[in-house]
Unconditional design. Sequence first.
Lengths: 265, 294
Amino acid sequence: MNIFMHELKVYRKSTIIWSLSLIAIMIIFMSMYSSFAEDAKGFMKIVENYPEAIRNAIGFNQENFFTILGFYSFPLSFITLCAAIQAMNLGTSIVNKEVREKTADFLLTKPVTRTKILTAKLLAALVSIVITNIFYFAAASFVALQVKTDDFSLKIFFLLSLTIFFIQLIFLSLGIIISVIVQKIKSVLTVSLATVFAFYFVGMFSDTTGDEVKRYFSPFKYFDTAYIIKHSSYETTFLIAGAVIIILAIAASYVVYSKKDIHAV
Amino acid sequence: MNVIEIKNLTKTYGKARGISDVSFNVEQGEIFGFIGPNGAGKSTTIRTLLSLIYPTSGSATIFGKDCIQFAPEIKKEIGYLPSEIFYYDNMKVKDLLKYSASFYKKDCSKRMKELAKMMDLDLNKKIDDLSLGNKKKVGIVQGLLHEPKLIILDEPTSGLDPLMQQKFFELLEEENKKGATILFSSHILSEVQRLCNRVAIIKEGKIVTVEKISTLQENNYKKFKIETNSTLDKDYFQIDGVNKLDVHNNVTSFLFKGNINTVMKKIADIEIANLWIEEPDLEEIFIHYYEKEV
């Protein structure tokens, strides 16, 4: 419990900053919606001239682009990208921070098991992510209700926003496994940016070809906004894929961490 | 009763040397020195005891319990002070010490204040702003605030000024009187000589010897220096038990181990101007152990 509280305190500032940043991106995009909706027809023509590959890549689909939900899908992909970086940062620093700040000796010579340490840190990171999502969703639904031109399903809006959380979970667990396996990471941000962007571009690439199987290679493509809007649910196979990644990564992290040698620095 | 029992402990890191076949015991209530040059394996041994690293083979027990299997339980009664100290920067000294105390299920606040006062440590400063020596003090208080039964120190004195070092030693002696066992690793021999009852010497990952400090000093070696009126034959003192024989003009010096009468007879046979017989300090013994193996 004490480790958990300590970690939460450490994350407090970054949680607030990330929440505000995500909200800011959301507000900037959503504030354009009303003027966007007005110029709908003209805009439609321009975009129709783009090649299909590009239209897919930027997440544009004609049927619902001008409903508020369709429009929201557009900034959502950027917001998810940023949120993934936050989660990856958290995950990577869980174990690595102790190594880098050389506090591992302090913590690991206390009367606690490594499993307990990892659990406490994991929970603290999870809470930080949950809080970010609560703030974000509260702000996002408030803004959406302000700028809407027609009524929309708040449930679908929630499902869309919740994809941020799921993707964050995936990147959090990827971050943890990396931080446990790699002996010493010099810069957490470099590692997390590289990983997140790599997956993001893999995702964009899989979009342009429209190949279903390729979607499995990028967590960013596990949640197809058009599908969610149409069916107001997620695609089960991709939910399972996500869950498998999370469970495997976290289970492996526990195993590796409890057997790992902590070297003097 | 043995507080620490190390049996054939081996740790290898790929090709690099770790420790091999390290065995020694630390008895209840003693201050045990663990000396050797940098990189000899002192930290590796200590980190294995604390289950920070896992042994390749062999085992160690602390308070009669396996140090890996029962690690969390054992650590309740261990205070550890690492050689290099870096604590969560954004914390105040007080908060860090409270965090440290929160791991032990007892009230440590009184002891914490006592120790801080003794070590002259400002509890309200941020750890960022502390000098190396002051960070070290935080480490000392942190390691002792839960009144551990076993104190493990890994080269603890670097960064402390002589005055603080003195206070720190007094503190350790006080803890020792109260019943704490101390394992003190160092490469500075005078520290060990000043504080410890027994000592293990480690070299290149292997224990060279485990002995009482007093045995090392008194029974084993005597340092002879003889001044004669005329130049002495170079090989006059070349007898069994003589080491490091050095003849310089009229002054002959050597280390001697063995029956002292044999040397005294040799000395009685010659005309001497002056004679010194001294206990060698630990440094000389230590170097002797090292050279012997080369």
